[in-house]
Design a protein. Structure first.
Length: 384
């Protein structure tokens, strides 16, 4: 591979910085403006689109086989993510924090943009004050440039692996949809409760508690900590099997922290963005911070059922928040939240079905990891 010719991106193609527009130019009848959120898993995603009405120069109109790149972002992790636009079904442009790279070799080069080599070169040239890729930086990136037939072979190999990865991820999503479909089939909509299940306040059938944040000024509360300590930003993971931080036994004894048992259902009472109202289920014994409400398991309800109910009811739970510009939940509100409570036997039946589906998900996740490792190994081999 080292014998291949090397060329700078500026020698074989052109990069263009995206469109600047004002809020007044945003219009539902305008042209689509692609932004960083439209790149997900190296694919183009139109879940959220923005349109503007504005005259465009020809170079800002996206063409087939353009590579769309995130050029600026508050998170350095997102800078450099890229996707190949293989087909344009309508006129589109791209925002000022994005770039387009245009060349005759993009079906090969897009895989280079996904490589560690590309990110390493960005890391060597990126500024420290803002997270960005400039036109000059992009032009200076050096890429392996094999003969045309070799480029086609590499692109075909990596395209095939990427398609397999996408299929497995789709399979995982379908298994998640199966869990939701099973819930609705067995219990109906928990919000409208068309099945007429008895609705009960959480505080009437379970104990609800919260945790604390040990003083970070006391290093002994965190040093060599062995007790998982969950924060609200981790609740959205769903099943919680590990934590970003641990605390010590000293913290448990000297602060208001406490360890909650496996199968405790967590609700994020406040936090940034979409955090408030998220639900999670502890698969490990863990402490939490004070922004988490922990619903302690008992023999009156099934934790899996309650977790899924709260997850489906996210918007309802979120809207219960009160207080100032950043509305919060509190323990009293969580305790007063009414949920349908079908017979425990049916809840347990649902939990058993979910367990079997989760076994299938575990197998699919392993295949996804193995496929991603294969792609990473091939990409490193081709572009080292």
């Amino acid at each position: 591979m080292s014998k291949w010719e090397k060329k700078k991106l500026g020698e074989i193609g052109n990069g263009y910085v995206g469109l600047t527009y004002s809020p007044e130019e945003v219009s539902e009848s305008g042209i689509i403006v692609l932004r960083s959120g439209n790149i997900k898993d190296n694919k183009l995603d139109f879940t959220e689109i923005l349109r503007v009405k504005k005259e465009l120069s020809e170079k800002l109109i996206i063409k087939n086989n353009d590579i769309l790149i995130c050029a600026r972002n508050g998170s350095s992790r997102l800078v450099g993510k890229a996707t190949l636009i293989s087909e344009t079904k309508e006129k589109m442009t791209f925002g000022a924090f994005m770039m387009i790279y245009r060349s005759d070799f993009n079906r090969y080069l897009v895989h280079y943009f996904h490589s560690l080599n590309f990110r390493r070169q960005l890391g060597n040239s990126a500024t420290t004050t803002i997270n960005q890729i400039t036109r000059k930086m992009l032009d200076s990136i050096v890429v392996p440039f094999p003969p045309s037939e070799t480029q086609k072979h590499i692109a075909k190999t990596l395209d095939t692996a990427a398609e397999l990865l996408a299929m497995r991820k789709q399979q995982l999503e379908e298994l998640d949809n199966l869990i939701n479909a099973t819930f609705y089939k067995m219990f109906g909509d928990p919000i409208s409760n068309e099945r007429g299940w008895k609705k009960t306040r959480i505080g009437e059938f379970a104990k609800v508690e919260t945790g604390a944040t040990p003083d970070r000024g006391y290093i002994t509360y965190y040093r060599n900590g062995q007790i998982p300590w969950v924060k609200t930003g981790e609740v959205s993971k769903g099943y919680i099997t590990a934590s970003e931080e641990n605390i010590s036994e000293i913290a448990i004894h000297e602060t208001n922290c406490k360890v909650f048992p496996v199968n405790s259902v967590l609700i994020a009472m406040y936090g940034q963005g979409k955090t408030r109202g998220q639900a999670g289920l502890l698969h490990i014994a863990a402490a939490t911070n004070q922004a988490c409400a922990a619903i302690i398991p008992n023999n009156q309800y099934n934790s899996e059922y309650l977790y899924r109910t709260l997850k489906i009811s996210y918007q309802k739970v979120r809207e219960m928040g009160r207080g100032g510009n950043q509305q919060n939940l509190n323990l009293s509100l969580v305790k007063m939240l009414e949920v349908p409570l079908p017979p425990l036997r049916i809840q347990n039946d649902f939990s058993k079905i979910v367990a079997k589906i989760e076994e299938q998900k575990t197998l699919v996740k392993k295949i996804i990891r193995d496929t991603q490792n294969l792609i990473d190994a091939l990409t490193e081999r081709y572009f080292k």
